[in-house]
Design a binder for this molecule. Structure first.
Ligand code: ZN
Length: 491
C-alpha cells in the first residue's frame, strides 16, 4: 500500500487519492447482470474492469469485500413500460418457473466469467432473496417523507427530494432536463410526476413474481435492490460503487437518492464507471442486429465475426484500452489483440530459457516501478501492458545473450511477470492450460523427436538428424539450434 492509487470519481469528476474508510478493509459494490438472457459482450467489460480493480487492491494488501448482485426480479424496461418483468415475461413465453429462467442464465453468466478468468466476488446476492431488506429500506424513505403511496404502489418523490438535495448530482443533470427527457415515457397515471420512480409496484393479476408487503402484493423497483443489498453487506458507508456508464442515469442516480433519503447521506465514497463497448463503431443492440453473446465470440458463430476469439483474447483486448475510454469491437482489433497476447505469452515462456550470468545488464525494478506507476494512475492497464511488452523484448535479448542477468534478478523478473500479467491483469496461458488438460499432443511428440535427433547427432548420424529436422519443418515446426541446446516453435 505504498503507492497512492488515484481513482477517477464520477461524483466529483476528478481523480482522487483512494483512501478507504476503514483500511485495510475495502468495501466494493458493483451492479451485476440481469439474468434473463445469455451473457453478451456488454457484460464482459464491467466484469473485467472491476475484476482488475479487485485483483489490484488485493495485490496491494487490502482486504476487499466485493459484492456483485444478480438482478432476478424487478427490472422493468425504462422503469415505465408495460410493467412486465423481463424474467417473468421470458418465463411466461417459455412456460418455465421464473426462477428456472434466472437460475439458467445465472449459471451461463458464471461460466462465461470463469472463461474470462474473472474472479468470483466475495458475495453474489440475489434481489429476490432480499425482498424483506428492500421493504425495510422503502419504509425508511417513507418515514423521512420522500415517498408516497398510490394504488398500492410506492413512488419516490423526486421533486420533494430535490428541494433538500440535488437529484442529478451524479449524472450532472438538473430536474428541468429530466422533465423534458421523460415526458414521452410517461405511461403511469399513478405517479405524481413523470420523473418519479417506483420503489414498490403493485402486481397486476397476471404478474407471477410477487411478494406480500404493507402496501400490496407486488415487487420492488429495480433501483431498490442495490441500495438495500449494498448497505446490508457493506454498511451504510462503503468505499467503491461501480458499474457501466449506461447505469449512471437513472439507476445510480436513483440509488443515491434512495440512500440519501433513507440514511441522510450517499453510501458510496467513490463512484467508478467503465465506458461502453461499441461494435464496428455502433452501439450494441438487439434491434441493430449487432448483438453478440460471449458464446458467439468464443465459437465465432456470428455473421459479424471472421473467426472465433478465445476468452483470453477478449480479456486482453479489453485491458488494452483504459476503462474510461470507449472501445470498439472489430475483427481487426480482435486479431491484433490475439497476436499481442500470443507475443506476451511467448515472452513469458521464454523467461524459462534464460541462463543466469554473474552480472546483470538489466534492472527488473524498473519494470515493477513502471507497472505500479501506471496502475496507480486510475488503473492504466494499457500502460502496464506496454511496459510488459518492452520487457518481452528484453527477455528475447537475454535469451540471445545480448544482455545478461543474475539468478537473483531473473527470479525477481519472473515474479514481476507473474504478479502483473497473471495475478493483476488476470491473463491465463490458454495454450499451456490446454496442454495441462492433456489436449496438447504436439509438445511431447516434438520433444521426443528432438531427443532422438540429438542422439543421432551425437552419433554423427547426419541423415537421421536432417530427416527429423526437415520433417518437423514440413509440419510447420521451426527447429533452432542454439549454443546450449535446441529450441523450437510452431510457425
Ligand atoms: Zn445497481
Amino acid at each position: 500500500m505504498e503507492t497512492k492509487l488515484l481513482l477517477y470519481n464520477t461524483l466529483t469528476r476528478r481523480k482522487e487519492t483512494f483512501e478507504p474508510i476503514n483500511p485495510p478493509h475495502v468495501g466494493m459494490y458493483v451492479c451485476g447482470p440481469t439474468v434473463y438472457g445469455d451473457p453478451h459482450l456488454g457484460h464482459a467489460r464491467p466484469a473485467i474492469t472491476f475484476d482488475l480493480l479487485f485483483r489490484y487492491l488485493k495485490a496491494e494488501g487490502y482486504k476487499v469485500r466485493y459484492v456483485r448482485n444478480i438482478t432476478d426480479v424487478g427490472h422493468l424496461e425504462h422503469d415505465a413500460d408495460d410493467g412486465e418483468d423481463k424474467i417473468a415475461k421470458k418465463a411466461r413465453l417459455e412456460q418455465l418457473e421464473p426462477m428456472e429462467v434466472a437460475h439458467y442464465y445465472t449459471e451461463r453468466y458464471k461460466s462465461a466469467m470463469q472463461a474470462l478468468n474473472v474472479e468470483s466476488p466475495s458475495i453474489e446476492p440475489f434481489a429476490s432473496g432480499h425482498i424483506i431488506e428492500q421493504i425495510e429500506f422503502i419504509k425508511r424513505i417513507i418515514d423521512h417523507g420522500f415517498a408516497y403511496e398510490s394504488n398500492g404502489s410506492i413512488y419516490f418523490d423526486v421533486e420533494k427530494y430535490n428541494e433538500k438535495y440535488h437529484y442529478g448530482v451524479l449524472s450532472g443533470r438538473n430536474l428541468d432536463d429530466i422533465v423534458t427527457d421523460t415526458r414521452k415515457l410517461d405511461g403511469q397515471e399513478d405517479k405524481r410526476h413523470s420523473y418519479d420512480f417506483a420503489l414498490w409496484k403493485k402486481a397486476s393479476p397476471e404478474h407471477i413474481m410477487r411478494w406480500p408487503s404493507p402496501w400490496s402484493e407486488g415487487f420492488p423497483g429495480w433501483h431498490m435492490e442495490c441500495s438495500a443489498m449494498s448497505t446490508k453487506y457493506l454498511g451504510e458507508r462503503f468505499d467503491i460503487h461501480g458499474g457501466g456508464m449506461d447505469l449512471m442515469f437513472p439507476h445510480h442516480e436513483c440509488e443515491i437518492a434512495q440512500s440519501t433519503s433513507a440514511l441522510g447521506h450517499d453510501s458510496a465514497k467513490y463512484w467508478v464507471h467503465n465506458n461502453m463497448i461499441t461494435i464496428n463503431g455502433q452501439k450494441m443492440g438487439k434491434s441493430l442486429g449487432n448483438f453478440i453473446t460471449l458464446e458467439e465470440v468464443f465459437t465465432g458463430n456470428h455473421r459479424l465475426l471472421a473467426q472465433a476469439y478465445s476468452p483470453m483474447t477478449v480479456r486482453f483486448f479489453i485491458l488494452q484500452a483504459h476503462y474510461r475510454s470507449t472501445l470498439d469491437f472489430s475483427n481487426d482489433a480482435l486479431q491484433a489483440a490475439e497476436k499481442g497476447l500470443d507475443r506476451m505469452m511467448k515472452g513469458i515462456e521464454a523467461l524459462g530459457k534464460i541462463k543466469p550470468s554473474a552480472a546483470s545488464t538489466v534492472n527488473p525494478d524498473e519494470l515493477e516501478a513502471r507497472c505500479e506507476e501506471a496502475m496507480a494512475d486510475d488503473l492504466n492497464s494499457p500502460m502496464v501492458i506496454s511496459a510488459l511488452f518492452d520487457w518481452v523484448r528484453v527477455i528475447n535479448q537475454l535469451v540471445e545473450g545480448q544482455q545478461t542477468i543474475t539468478a537473483e534478478d531473473l527470479d525477481k523478473l519472473n515474479g514481476i511477470f507473474k504478479r502483473w500479467a497473471f495475478d493483476i491483469l488476470g491473463l491465463r496461458d490458454e495454450k499451456s492450460a490446454s496442454a495441462a488438460a492433456g489436449k496438447d499432443l504436439v509438445t511431447p511428440l516434438v520433444e521426443m523427436l528432438l531427443d532422438i535427433r540429438s542422439t543421432a547427432k551425437a552419433n554423427r548420424d547426419w541423415a537421421t538428424s536432417d530427416k527429423i529436422r526437415d520433417g518437423l519443418t514440413a509440419a510447420g515446426i521451426r527447429v533452432k539450434d542454439r549454443k546450449d541446446g535446441v529450441d523450437w516453435e510452431i510457425e
